[in-house]
Design a protein around this ligand. Structure first.
Ligand code: GTP
Ligand code: SPV
Ligand code: MN
Length: 609
């Protein structure tokens, strides 16, 4: 018996089943009993491994195949009717051609398998932000992950009623053939098709595919925004609460900032932080004229390596129960998990992410993928409700009002620790010129600087130029817009070491940002925007960081910026003729200010009014 009479749902389901030909169809009702039964089945087949239930209750390990460990941007497509609507930054395929091509791959791919039907909601079911999806998949691993990452169950079908307003997602592991791996989006038809992968961002269709690519397209149509942003709450000693969102590219510190532990000096004064979200924010203009943010997800799909008791204890505690680990290292003595950067005690007897016996002496930093115990992009899938610092606002259907939007990336040199844009338009420009060194979160070379506007390069479901125009239009619709900033935790010294301690100490920068929003602190005006006076970044209790270090972190190298301007011009040309004129005006103005500045300039020019 079907749990819904919705003909849009049933017709589509029948059509997909006729193509993929599963032996069985099973609806996922969201109950703990059903999840437990599926877990048992996955344990029996070896799809997941049960971990030490005393030390890690409710935790399991899964390994993907060695060539299926990250998002595959080269095989991700936006299939709009015209190539122009997808833009030059996205891969594009003609929708009809793409459907024909993938239909061949999908035909009969679920023979001998079960098709699971997962009704899920992004955001709280029935809330003003909520959007519904149904994912069809032949992977129990996907079901178990979706159950953590989204709100799954028949209440979604009830909320949907007879409506056709849901996102149709089809996923099949098929043969996991990398050559025929496709992650394709039909934004004009509310459809996502994914085949031949079983890794996170490629297959948990509620996440990047829906909540960013499809949602960004819908947001433009409907007047809201879907962004690759964490949402962080700061509580002041007097009880005041402020919220910021921050967009950093994949594996550049969103989860860590979202869960930071305040440095001791701030804890003593009574500062607290709360996590609302760690990866995706949906933003709408509230009736009070401010911008409001919700986290549409229900869990965290976080990077494991580097997570430890010091860097991110909140994330560590979140994933000590009810968690699925993917591609981490297994300690076979204790049946627990390990990853590089967890502690200095690598397991003596271990199985690496590839499923082979592993000797930690073979580890070579220069070749992490082949020598590490855990894959550099290994992950934990954990429930938001297990997070010790989860904000009560996580449960607020209307989300939280945003004071500041923070952009940032990994830049060894050019970008200073923090600077503030001068307006929404200038802030949109600052987002558009973001650049970052690539990470293991996507397949391909690591450590190459590439432009990643708003940390959304891989996630905008339409033309990048139109996306910037949408940002500008939103600015006109928000009577009290957040202020926009840029940060960089990743400046390095001559030996390549990070200068700024980062992690919890990033609160020091966030507090300057919030002080600027409240009009409580002055800044220096420079060619790139407002910079803090070094003494306004609190360094109390920070070992090894002096006022001079902060000055150095805040320095602006005019020559390097002028080089960057040339690179931005090339990037804008690549984005093409949808780039709004206002962005070119901002770029020309930046270049003029840099050229007018002292070429030796490493310091702010004059105090701001
Ligand atoms: P996605 O889930 O891929 O979107 O990544 P993310 O943006 O949430 O990144 P995450 O917080 O998981 O951090 C990724 C890596 O960056 C981890 O190895 C962290 O240890 C490291 N990292 C995070 N914050 C900082 C920081 O402030 N300084 C330094 N040096 N490293 C950091
Ligand atoms: C990212 O790559 O930005 C992630 C992980 O958050 S994935 O879900 O694989 O996209
Ligand atoms: Mn992400």
């Amino acid at each position: 018996m079907n749990p819904t009479n919705n003909q849009h749902v049933l017709n589509w389901l029948n059509e997909m089943a006729a193509m993929t030909k599963p032996d069985n169809i099973v609806w996922i009702d969201g109950s703990e009993e059903q999840v437990a039964a599926l877990r048992k089945e996955a344990l029996a087949s070896g799809e997941i491994i049960q971990l030490n239930q005393e030390k890690l209750p409710g935790c399991y390990l899964h390994r993907t195949t060695w060539d299926d460990v990250a998002r595959v941007e080269g095989r991700t497509f936006i299939c709009t009717k015209t190539k122009e609507d997808a833009g030059n930054i996205n891969n594009w395929m003609d929708p009809a051609e793409c459907r024909a091509k993938l239909t061949k791959l999908y035909t009969g791919c679920m023979k001998g398998r079960t098709m699971y039907v997962i009704p899920y909601s992004m955001s709280i079911v029935g809330s003003p932000f909520a959007k519904y999806g149904i994912e069809l998949t032949d992977s129990i691993y996907v079901v178990l992950n979706m159950e953590i990452m989204t709100r799954v169950g028949f209440n979604v079908l009830e909320a949907l009623g007879d409506s056709s307003d849901f996102i149709k997602g089809l996923h099949s592991k098929a043969t996991l053939d990398a050559e025929n791996r496709y992650i394709v989006h039909f934004p004009e038809d509310d459809t996502i098709w994914s085949i031949n992968s079983n890794y996170g961002g490629n297959v948990l269709l509620g996440k990047k595919c829906f909540a960013l690519r499809i949602a960004s397209y819908l947001g433009r149509k409907e007047g809201w925004m879907a962004e690759h942003m964490l949402i962080l709450g700061v509580t002041y000693p007097d009880g005041t609460k402020k919220y910021v969102t921050a967009a950093f590219p994949s594996a550049c510190g969103k989860t860590n900032l979202a869960m930071l532990i305040p440095p001791e000096v701030f804890q003593k004064q009574g500062y607290k932080i709360e996590t609302v979200g760690d990866d995706i924010a949906w933003l709408r203009v509230g009736s009070d004229g401010r911008l409001w943010a919700v986290n549409p997800e229900n869990g965290f799909f976080g990077v494991a390596p580097g997570t430890n008791e010091k860097s991110n204890p909140n994330a560590l505690h979140t994933c000590m129960k009810d968690t699925i680990f993917t591609n981490v290292c297994l300690n076979t003595d204790t049946n627990t998990v390990w990853w590089e950067g967890l502690d200095n005690n690598p397991p003596v007897h271990a199985i690496n992410w590839k499923g082979q016996p592993w000797d930690y002496h073979t580890y070579d930093k220069a070749d992490k993928v082949n020598t590490s115990g855990a894959h550099p992009n290994s992950r934990f899938t954990a429930k938001a409700t297990n997070c010790p610092c989860l904000s009560p606002a996580f449960y607020e259907p209307n989300g939280v009002p945003v004071d500041a939007i923070i952009f940032g990336g990994r830049r060894a040199r050019t970008a200073p620790l923090v600077y503030q844009s001068t307006s929404w338009q200038n802030g949109t420009f600052v987002g558009s010129i973001m650049a970052s060194e690539t990470t293991a979160a996507a397949a391909g070379a690591v450590g190459v600087v590439r432009r990643d506007p708003m940390a959304m390069r891989p996630f905008v479901g339409y033309n990048m130029g139109d996306y910037w125009a949408h940002w500008l239009e939103m600015g006109l619709k928000i009577p009290h817009p957040p202020k926009i900033f840029n940060v960089n935790w990743f400046r390095t010294d001559d030996e390549g070491n990070f200068i700024w301690p980062g992690f919890g100490d990033n609160l020091r920068v966030v507090l300057w940002i919030l002080a600027r929003c409240a009009g409580k602190v002055d800044a220096d005006i420079t060619p790139i925007g407002y910079l803090p006076k070094a003494e306004d970044i609190c360094i109390d209790g920070l070992e090894g960081i002096t006022l001079d270090t902060v000055r150095d972190l805040l320095s602006v190298d005019t020559a390097a910026w002028l080089e960057d301007v040339e690179n931005i011009k090339e990037f804008y040309a690549q984005v093409g003729d949808h780039v709004p004129q206002a962005m070119y005006d901002e770029l020309a103005a930046l270049e003029a200010r840099l050229k007018a500045a002292d070429p030796q300039l490493r310091m702010p020019v004059c105090p701001a009014p």
